[in-house]
Design a protein around this ligand. Structure first.
Ligand SMILES: [Zn+2]
Length: 337
């Protein structure tokens, strides 16, 4: 061997990165064809370039740090859970000592569960924290309502719980359903799924209220008619926004137009459906008389005139948006060709 192994090994990184001269290259190749030690070293270097090694090292450092942080936050979470247990235990003893039974203790326990879902759950969950907090908080809120309802011998549990879930859903369902759908076939329909969930709970609330007040046929008819009129508009939004093929501006225009008309004819449509049960209020477009303007003297006329203006404005604004949106789309298509 013409060259010392040390010299060759010094050259190896340059050889691997293909930045050495042709002469050095020939020397290295000749040497490693004869020397097993240097050949092995060259192979190992070829397996992972310097950059890969650095990334690996970096990742392992980050992971180690993350683990340490996670362990610390878990400890904080556990400590808080422990602190929360103190009032629970005190109440358990008091309740047993004074009442000789466990009744209001369960209210304290479930209330503490609700507190824990906000201050313990974020520390003990490693991924999807927000999702866990929302779900555990909702579950403990429902449990709290249930224990209170049983304790007071009430029958309002379903009204309170369905109302709470509907309220929480309207605010947080997107943040729960969207991450749950991520990477699945349902991802495309996440908006529809969110609105479907809210729709189900709206009707469940109506059913719970109807049962709570022992609603008669008239209640069911009115509640379902009015709710459905609003729900249909929400679903139109979902379909136009999420499944519409035209540009954003065109779709926004369509929605402006539909919303205006929907609001404008709401009284008339609902009067039409509610008249059979004697609940029509007559405040629709029927009283339209633009010559009277917007004076407060005749509420029916004022109402009709305002509704008329809403329809006209939304149709005009929506129409302009749709028209200019379509023109832009056409231009864009032409330049593409
Ligand atoms: Zn060698």
């Amino acid at each position: 061997m013409k060259y010392d192994c040390d010299v060759i090994q010094d050259l190896l990184p340059l050889y691997q990165d293909q930045v050495c001269s042709g002469k050095s290259r020939a020397i290295v190749e000749e040497h490693i064809s004869e020397c097993a030690v240097c050949q092995k070293m060259a192979e190992q270097m070829g397996d992972s370039t310097v950059e890969e090694k650095l990334t690996e090292e970096k990742n392992s450092v980050i992971q180690k740090h993350q683990k340490l942080v996670n362990r610390k936050t878990t400890t904080i979470g556990m400590t808080m859970a422990g602190i929360l247990m103190i009032p629970v235990l005190v109440c358990l003893i008091c309740n047993l000592a004074i009442g000789h039974a466990l009744d209001w203790f369960f209210i304290v326990l479930t209330a503490m569960l609700l507190v824990a879902s906000f201050i313990v759950v974020p520390f003990v969950t490693e991924t999807k924290r927000f999702l866990w907090v929302v779900m555990t908080a909702t579950a403990s809120l429902i449990l709290l309502l249930l224990t209170c309802c049983i304790y007071t011998h009430g029958r309002w549990f379903f009204v309170a719980s369905s109302g709470s879930i509907l309220g929480i859903s309207v605010l947080f369902a997107p943040f729960v359903i969207v991450p749950l759908c991520k990477g699945t076939k349902l991802e495309r329909h996440r908006a529809a799924l969110t609105v479907l969930w809210d729709t189900v709970w709206l009707y469940l609330l109506l059913i719970a209220c109807g049962m709570f007040i022992n609603g008669d046929a008239r209640y069911w008819y009115m509640a379902l008619t009015i709710a459905t009129y609003i729900v249909v508009l929400v679903w139109i939004y979902v379909f136009v926004i999420d499944y519409g093929k035209s540009s954003g501006q065109t779709r926004a225009g369509i929605l402006v137009m539909i919303s205006g008309i929907w609001l404008g004819v709401a009284n008339d449509v609902l009067n039409f459906f509610l008249a059979p049960v004697g609940e029509a209020d007559g405040h629709g477009l029927g009283g339209l008389d633009l010559s009277k303007g917007f004076s407060m003297d005749d509420i029916a006329v004022l109402n009709a005139n305002l509704l008329f203006v809403i329809i006209v404005v939304s149709v005009c604004v929506g129409g302009v948006m749709i028209f200019s949106g379509l023109v832009k789309e056409k231009k864009a298509n032409e330049t593409e060709k």
